[in-house]
Design a protein around this ligand. Structure first.
Ligand SMILES: *Cc1c(COP(=O)(O)O)cnc(C)c1O
Length: 344
């Protein structure tokens, strides 16, 4: 993106656009090194690096928002740092200290300030932190050396239809994560497992696949890149499961639901209970809270019609507005969730 080119901020998709800089840090000889600022988009990697063969790769997702007051905010960034440490421990990688994670996140946003979409555009600057094992390995052992990178790219809404009910599908032949138990870590390999289902869903006109618990295929787990919640008789229900990723968005929406006076239940949700819910949605940093209008269960050859009139439900709409309002500095940040980045 040359300096004089103009970005059409309101029509961005959720895809990669080259920005000016990324930040990197390498763990070697038992310690993290200096933060490097880099304008190269590629990395030089040994062909036997452990990330390539044995999947020692973890990542995160976060957004920086230009607010109504002109300030730039990150949302619950320490939670991303904490989760990445859990993912690292899960597959025997080196955890990144929270201070390093946050410092690099702030720095990469400051360095790419001209790519932060303006307030009102509906777009934001997406941060993609990733960590890879880089030690050459042929035997199955964790690496000794790790590279941590954060790059950014301006993005529009994840679903180009915007805030409208989408359709998702359940396919029992797929799992979203490798073995039972890895689903709670943000590991790239889990996504590889889920790609078959997502590709099938898209080929059949659905926006996403909705995965069931891998053990019994009886309870709802989550969508490919997003958690699931539903509204049933004024209660916010969301799956309690060992095989879903602990979404920071979901955690925040549960708090906002309580603020609104709703009861929150985290429990196993049998598929058939979809007959009794008034609203359903997928939630995550990318999806925010995207309403689900229809759920097709292929195995049972049944379609659950959640949205009767084709519009988002009132509770999902209110939750969406409250979350966006806090992220954009339109509403008071009563839970202290945002961090303002100075100098941008
Ligand atoms: C990242 C992710 C989510 C959403 O988490 P947020 O913290 O809300 O962005 C949900 N499910 C999976 C599988 C994910 O990887």
């Amino acid at each position: 993106m040359a300096m004089n080119e103009k970005i059409d901020w309101s029509n961005l998709s959720f895809s990669y656009m080259k920005t000016d800089y990324n930040v990197r840090c390498t763990f070697r000889d038992g310690k993290w090194g200096e933060i490097e600022v880099c304008s190269d988009e590629s990395i030089s990697l040994h062909m036997a690096a452990s990330c390539l063969h044995y999947g020692q790769e973890i990542f995160e997702g976060q957004k920086a928002f230009r607010g109504k007051d002109g300030k730039v905010r990150l949302f619950r960034i320490e939670e991303n740092a904490k989760r990445m440490q859990n993912s690292a421990k899960g597959i025997k990688m080196e955890p990144i200290p929270t201070e390093l994670f946050v410092e690099m996140a702030k720095k990469v946003v400051e360095l790419n300030a001209r790519f932060i979409p303006p307030y009102g555009s509906g777009s934001s600057l997406y941060l993609r932190p990733l960590e890879i094992g880089i030690t050459p390995r042929v035997g199955v052992n964790p690496a000794d050396e790790y590279m941590f990178i954060i790059f950014v790219t301006p993005v529009g809404p994840y679903f180009k239809e915007g805030f409208k009910p989408t359709k998702v599908a359940i396919y029992r032949e797929f799992d979203r994560a490798a073995p039972l138990g890895t689903g709670k870590w943000k590991v790239g390999g889990n996504y590889a497992c889920g790609m078959g289902a997502t590709a099938k869903a898209k080929a059949n006109g659905f926006s996403a696949a909705l995965f069931l618990d891998p053990k019994e295929k009886k309870y709802l787990d989550e969508c490919g890149p997003a958690n699931f919640f539903a509204i049933k008789d004024g209660v916010y229900i969301t799956p309690k499961s060992e095989s879903i990723l602990p979404s920071i968005t979901n955690m925040s929406l549960q708090q906002l639901a309580e603020d609104m006076g709703l009861k929150v239940e985290r429990r196993p949700i049998p598929v058939e209970e979809l007959d009794e819910v008034q609203e359903a949605a997928e939630c995550g940093t990318a999806a925010v809270a995207t309403p689900i209008g229809e759920i097709y269960d292929e195995g049972m050859n049944k379609t659950y019609k959640i949205s009767k009139d084709g519009n988002p439900g009132p509770v999902t709409t209110e939750l969406y507005n409250r979350l966006r309002g806090i992220q954009l500095g339109e509403l008071p940040d009563t839970h202290n969730w945002t961090m303002v980045i100075e100098n941008v």
